[in-house]
Each structure stands twice: as structure tokens, then as C-alpha cells.
Design a protein around this ligand. Sequence first.
Ligand code: 5GP
Ligand code: MG
Ligand code: MG
Length: 181
Amino acid sequence: MRVLLDETELNEGVLRLASEIDQYYGNQRHLTVIAVMTGSLVLFADLIRRLSMPQRVGVVQASSYRGGTESGELRVDSQMMIDVSGRDVLLVDDIFDTGKTLDRLQKMMLQSGAATVKTAVLLHKNREHSVALRPDFVAFEIPDEFVVGYGLDYLDMYRNLPYLAVLEPAEIEATASESQP
Ligand code: 5GP
Ligand code: MG
Ligand code: MG
């Protein structure tokens, strides 16, 4: 595993992200902050505690990686969603890759009557995106490689790593063969 961002760098990135979001909204405006599960789990916990405004917090589940490292069909489960009508919504995801996830979720929130919908991500992959949407708040630009740690998984492993690392092809193979119970 090759470490791309260590704990200190991640921490600085989250602080930067929080201060940009604070500046944009101000500390009086009520915000509805939605975690895109499961990848944003760790970022989300760190980020919301560094934001100054009053917040309502919710989650939505989105997944497109069906047991691999290539993005597939996007599935959204909004069973745990809170009401967003008339609210200023901030969607928080781990990474902006093709952009399909946040593009779809932003449209969903607007259809549900959200007043405004902004997006924040820890990572932005340096590649061509398949949607017009660009995230409003980004902590880091990274190369187009498959990364794990700090919430990001391969086969639901590695989310607990306190750093962000590139998973090498041999490790991808080994993880896949070890992932059987
Ligand atoms: P998008 O819809 O922008 O293509 O993909 C976003 C989702 O794909 C992210 O929420 C994340 O779960 C997953 N994803 C994209 N790139 C990576 C990556 O390099 N590593 C991991 N672990 N997940 C990724
Ligand atoms: Mg995700
Ligand atoms: Mg994943």
C-alpha cells in the first residue's frame, strides 16, 4: 500500500474544507448536512464537528462499486433520509470520480424540494467526469488511482485506516481472495 495522504494531511484538509463551508454559509444559517454512505462515514464525523452553523444531520446510501474497483450501476437507498423541503442542503461524499453519484443525489434533493443543494468532497479525481456538475467544496485533488482508507473501501475493507492509500493490483487480488468468510 502506498500512502497518498497521512493523518496530518487529512486533518488539515478537513479543516480547510470546514472553513470554506463556514465562510460560504456563515455561522447563523441553518444547514442540513447529508452523508453519502458508506464512504463518507469518517470524513463526515470529522467535518460536521468543525462546522460552526446549526445543523440537521442525515444520511443517504449510494453505491456503484459492486464488489470491484470499476464503477457500475448506481443504486440509491433513501429510506433513512430526513425531510429536506425548503432546506439548504450540503451533500458530503468521500470522492468525486465520474460524478454520477452526486449528480443524481443533487437532482433527488431538488426534486424533494430542497431550497439549495451544494456538494462537498474530500477527494476529487483528476480524470474526465461524465456529468456537468462539479463539487462546490474539495479538500484534495488526487490522480486517477484506486484509493482506500479514511472511509473508502475495497470490498468493505480498509475503511478504518487513518490514512489514504493507493491499493496496488496485487493487494486488490489478495483482498478479493481473502474476502470469503
Ligand atoms: P462517482 O459516482 O463520482 O463515479 O463515484 C463516487 C463513488 O465511487 C464514491 O462515493 C466512492 O464510494 C466510489 N469511488 C470512486 N473512486 C473510488 C476510489 O478510488 N476508491 C474507492 N474506495 N471508492 C471510490
Ligand atoms: Mg460512495
Ligand atoms: Mg465503496
